[in-house]
Design a protein around this ligand. Structure first.
Ligand SMILES: *Cc1c(COP(=O)(O)O)cnc(C)c1O
Length: 385
C-alpha cells in the first residue's frame, strides 16, 4: 500500500534513530536460510545456544533462540487480519502491544495518553509504568449504555497534547461499540496529531467489521487484535498490533529480543489452520447464543435490576445489592467480576459467558437463596481480565 507516511513527529524523538538490540538472530540469518557467507553455514556458534537438546525436548524444538517474529505465525496472522506482514507486529498478548505503543510514542515525564473510562485497565498501567500521564474522558451513559463522544475526545486530546488515544470496541467492561464512522470522525478531527488505537479484543463476538481498512487512509490508526478471547488461546499470549509499516518497524525495535516463545507460536499456527478456524467460528457463534441465554436468566432474577448485553463475550448485570450478589455467587462457587470500582458501574458485576455448563451452574445459583456449603475443592481463578 502506497499510503501516506507515518508522521515522524509522533515517534519519540530520542528513539527515531534507535535500532534496538542486535541479537544473534537478527544480525545473522537463522539456520536453514541462505546467507551472504561465502560458504553454506555448517555450525551456528554465534548465540551461545546449547549444542545438544534438553531431555525434556527430544525433538530439539527449543534448543535455539526463536525468530523474533516467527514467519509462519506472521503469515497466518497477516492472512487472518487481511494485512501485509510488514503491517503487523506479533506481541505477547495485546497487553504487550499496548506497552510497546506507549513506549515508542510517549516521552516519559512529559507526554500523555487519553482513555475513556470505564475502560480496560492496561492503558493506564502501561502509561503509569512509563511515566506518562493519563487524560480521562469519561464515556456518556444513555439509559445505562455507555458510548464514546468522539468530539469531546478530540477536543481534550488536542488541548492536552495527548499522543495516543485508546478506544476499545467492543469496550471492556462496557460491551459497547465505537462505530466506524465515529473512529473516522475522530481521525479527521485530530489530523495526525495523535495515534488513535482501536482495541478490538472482542470484535469477533460483535459481528461487525474491523476498522482496519481505515488504516489505508489514516496512517496514525492502529488496530489491536488478540488470540486470547475468540480463539481461546489466552495462555499462549499472542496478540497483534496492525499498524503503518513505519510504526511497525519501530514497535519491533522497542520489543524484547525474542518475545514469542516457540511452543506458543507453533500452537497459534495450528489454531489458525482451516479446521481450527472453522471450529473457532462455531465456538464464537455458540458464545453469542449463550450470551442471549445468560441475559435472559439474569433478567429473570430478582437479584438483578438491569442487564446490558453488549457485543462481547460478557454481559453486565446491575443490582441494588451488587455486593450481596457477588457474595452469594461466590458462596455457590461462581466467580464473576466486581465492577464497583469503575465509574458509572458501582452497582454492576460483569459475567463472562463461559460454557453452557457454567451457565447452568449460574442459573442454579441464582434460583437458590441458600447456597449449599460447597466442598471448597476448587481453587479460585484469580485472573483479572
Ligand atoms: C482481554 C483484553 C485484551 C487481551 O489481552 P491479551 O494480552 O491479548 O490477552 C486486550 N484488550 C482488552 C480490552 C481486553 O479486554
Amino acid at each position: 500500500m502506497s499510503a501516506p507516511a507515518f508522521p515522524e513527529e509522533l515517534i519519540r524523538p530520542d528513539l527515531r534513530d534507535f535500532t534496538g538490540y542486535s541479537s544473534a538472530r537478527t544480525s545473522y540469518s537463522s539456520p536453514g536460510t541462505s546467507t551472504a557467507a561465502t560458504a553454506p553455514v555448517q555450525a551456528w556458534l554465534n548465540a551461545n545456544e546449547a549444542g545438544l537438546p534438553n531431555l525434556a525436548d527430544p525433538g530439539a524444538r527449543v534448543r535455539r533462540y526463536p525468530e523474533p517474529q516467527p514467519p509462519a505465525l506472521v503469515a497466518a496472522l497477516a492472512d487472518l487480519y487481511a494485512v501485509a506482514p510488514e503491517e503487523l507486529v506479533v506481541a505477547r498478548g495485546s497487553d504487550e502491544a499496548i506497552d510497546l505503543l506507549v513506549r515508542a510514542i510517549c516521552r516519559p515525564g512529559q507526554d500523555s495518553i487519553l482513555q475513556t473510562s470505564p475502560t480496560f485497565g492496561m492503558y493506564a498501567v502501561s502509561a503509569r509504568l512509563h511515566g506518562v500521564r493519563v487524560v480521562d474522558v469519561p464515556q456518556r451513559q444513555v439509559e445505562g449504555e455507555f458510548g464514546v463522544d468522539v468530539e469531546e475526545v478530540a477536543a481534550a486530546a488536542l488541548e492536552q497534547g495527548c499522543r495516543i488515544i485508546f478506544l476499545t470496541s467492543p469496550g471492556n467492561p462496557t460491551g459497547s461499540l465505537v462505530p466506524a464512522p465515529d473512529v473516522e470522525r475522530l481521525l479527521q478531527l485530530v489530523q495526525g496529531r495523535a495515534v488513535v488505537v482501536v482495541d478490538e479484543a472482542y470484535l469477533e463476538f460483535a459481528q461487525v467489521d474491523s476498522v482496519r481498512p481505515l488504516t489505508e487512509q489514516h496512517p496514525t490508526l492502529v488496530v489491536l487484535r488478540t488470540l486470547s478471547k475468540a480463539h481461546a488461546l489466552a495462555a499462549a499470549r499472542i496478540g497483534v498490533a496492525l499498524a503503518h509499516r513505519d510504526l511497525a518497524v519501530l514497535l519491533r525495535r522497542v520489543q524484547a529480543p525474542y518475545p514469542i516463545a516457540e511452543p506458543a507460536a507453533a500452537l497459534a499456527v495450528r489454531a489458525l489452520e482451516p479446521e481450527a478456524l472453522a471450529d473457532t467460528e462455531a465456538r464464537v457463534a455458540s458464545t453469542v447464543a449463550n450470551r442471549s441465554r445468560l441475559v435472559g436468566l439474569l433478567r429473570a432474577s430478582p437479584a438483578v435490576q438491569a442487564v446490558h448485553e453488549g457485543r462481547a463475550n460478557f454481559v453486565i448485570a446491575r443490582s441494588r445489592d451488587a455486593a450481596g450478589l457477588l457474595d452469594h455467587l461466590q458462596e455457590c462457587g461462581i466467580v464473576v467480576r466486581d465492577l464497583s470500582r469503575y465509574p458509572g458501574l458501582h452497582d454492576a458485576v460483569r459475567v463472562s459467558v463461559g460454557s453452557s455448563h457454567e451457565i447452568d451452574l449460574l442459573e442454579r445459583a441464582l434460583s437458590t437463596d441458600d447456597p449449599r456449603p460447597s466442598a471448597d475443592t476448587t481453587t479460585p481463578d484469580v485472573r483479572n481480565r
